[in-house]
Design a protein around this ligand. Structure first.
Ligand SMILES: NC(=O)C1=CN([C@@H]2O[C@H](COP(=O)(O)OP(=O)(O)OC[C@H]3O[C@@H](n4cnc5c(N)ncnc54)[C@H](OP(=O)(O)O)[C@@H]3O)[C@@H](O)[C@H]2O)C=CC1
Ligand SMILES: CC(=O)N[C@@H](CCC(=O)OP(=O)(O)O)C(=O)O
Length: 310
């Protein structure tokens, strides 16, 4: 029998992109809820309990409610794309490339927390340098980022695209999260293995999908003799043999005049760069991804495949 998959929130931004990725797959059976019934709690509970894997594409509160709906059913496994369970030690963190043994942990888990879009870039850059001993635990990390506006879900999409919207946003680029209490900070600290919470400065650009995450570093405050080359080598070693995360060659990186936020839109890949000048005191670590690809829906399907052994 084919494994049954139910996407709770399938008519939202992340859910729709997962459905698109699943179209044409003959190895799974997709359970579906009509759009008009998407908030029908009884129907959702029935579908959740009929699934082998439920992928939650809901706000945090609704995701917690969905987990409670299957509490008495030991056969339903869950992938949650919300922020609700990302630092819960009972959940496997669904970033398969973060450690060699992570794919195995995800494959065997009942509960998998899909990473946030910004944390995928930030943790992807920071964690390998913590593991290699290059980045000290108490380093004051700063994360600057720009996301495509689909990162804000249906509401922000409507504000950006509909000029008649009462809260239309006409700005081509804006900063937000200005209280510095963004929901992704704890996740970046925990899985980035950081002693201090990073300063996180997010922004949104007038493009639907794409994301740049930057982590600038002072070499003098890293492990002795850390250099552009040794940092690149640590990242390249960490991701060797992976096909989704690419550490871009230093020579190619040095030749780039700019980084385009939408380069990886509509892909599930992530590119990591180490920018700087040999012998100079600073480096800038950069991750490039699609907020809805490796940052959300692409990672959810990758995790589902690991859980199915596909
Ligand atoms: N967009 C992105 O780039 C990313 C999103 N995520 C996460 O994915 C989750 C979904 O976000 P996103 O797809 O962007 O959001 P959307 O607002 O686009 O979609 C959310 C969907 O969930 C439905 N929903 C809301 N509340 C309930 C409820 N109580 N019961 C049933 N259905 C409900 C909404 O229905 P309705 O239309 O009626 O509101 C909508 O269909 C969030 O937790 C978000 O943090 C993660 C990574 C990146
Ligand atoms: C542009 C934008 O608004 N982005 C969202 C983050 C994306 C998202 O929904 O958060 P998760 O990755 O945790 O699911 C935000 O800053 O709240």
């Amino acid at each position: 029998m084919k494994p049954k998959i139910f996407i709770d929130g399938e008519h939202g931004t992340t859910g729709l992109q997962i459905r698109t990725r699943m179209a044409g797959r003959a190895d799974v059976e997709l359970l579906s809820i009509p759009e008009a019934e998407r908030r029908n709690a009884q129907l959702r509970e029935d579908l959740l309990n009929s699934a082998d894997i439920a992928i939650l594409c809901l706000p945090d509160d609704a995701a917690k409610e969905a987990v409670a709906m299957v509490a008495g059913n030991n056969s339903v496994r869950i992938i949650d794309t919300s922020t609700a369970h990302r630092i819960n030690p009972d959940w496997a963190y669904g970033f398969a490339e973060m450690d060699r043994e992570q794919p195995k942990k995800i494959a065997g888990a009942r509960y998998v927390a899909n990473p946030g879009c910004y944390p995928t870039g930030a943790i992807g850059l920071i964690r390998p340098l913590r593991l290699a001993g290059i980045l000290p635990e108490d380093y004051p990390v700063t994360v600057n980022a720009v996301s495509g506006y689909t990162g804000g879900g249906k509401q922000l999409i409507a504000q950006m695209e509909d000029e008649g919207h009462a809260e239309h946003i006409a700005s081509p680029h804006f900063l937000y999260g200005l209280t510095l209490k963004h929901k992704h900070v704890p996740e970046m600290q925990v899985h980035g293995l950081l002693g201090r919470a990073p300063v996180f400065a997010p922004s949104v650009g007038k493009f639907p999908q794409g994301m740049i995450v930057q982590v600038p570093l002072h070499l003098a405050d890293l492990k002795e003799n850390a250099s552009l080359g040794s940092i690149h080598e640590a990242l390249a070693d960490h991701y060797a043999g992976q096909d989704i995360v690419e550490v871009v060659d230093l020579k190619e990186t040095a030749s780039l005049p700019r980084v385009n936020a939408v380069e990886l839109a509509d892909t599930d890949r992530m590119k990591l760069y180490v920018f700087g000048t040999a012998g100079a005191p600073h480096v800038n670590l950069v991750a490039l991804l699609d907020n809805l690809g490796k940052g959300a829906s692409g990672a959810a399907v990758q995790n589902m495949d690991l859980m199915l052994g596909a």
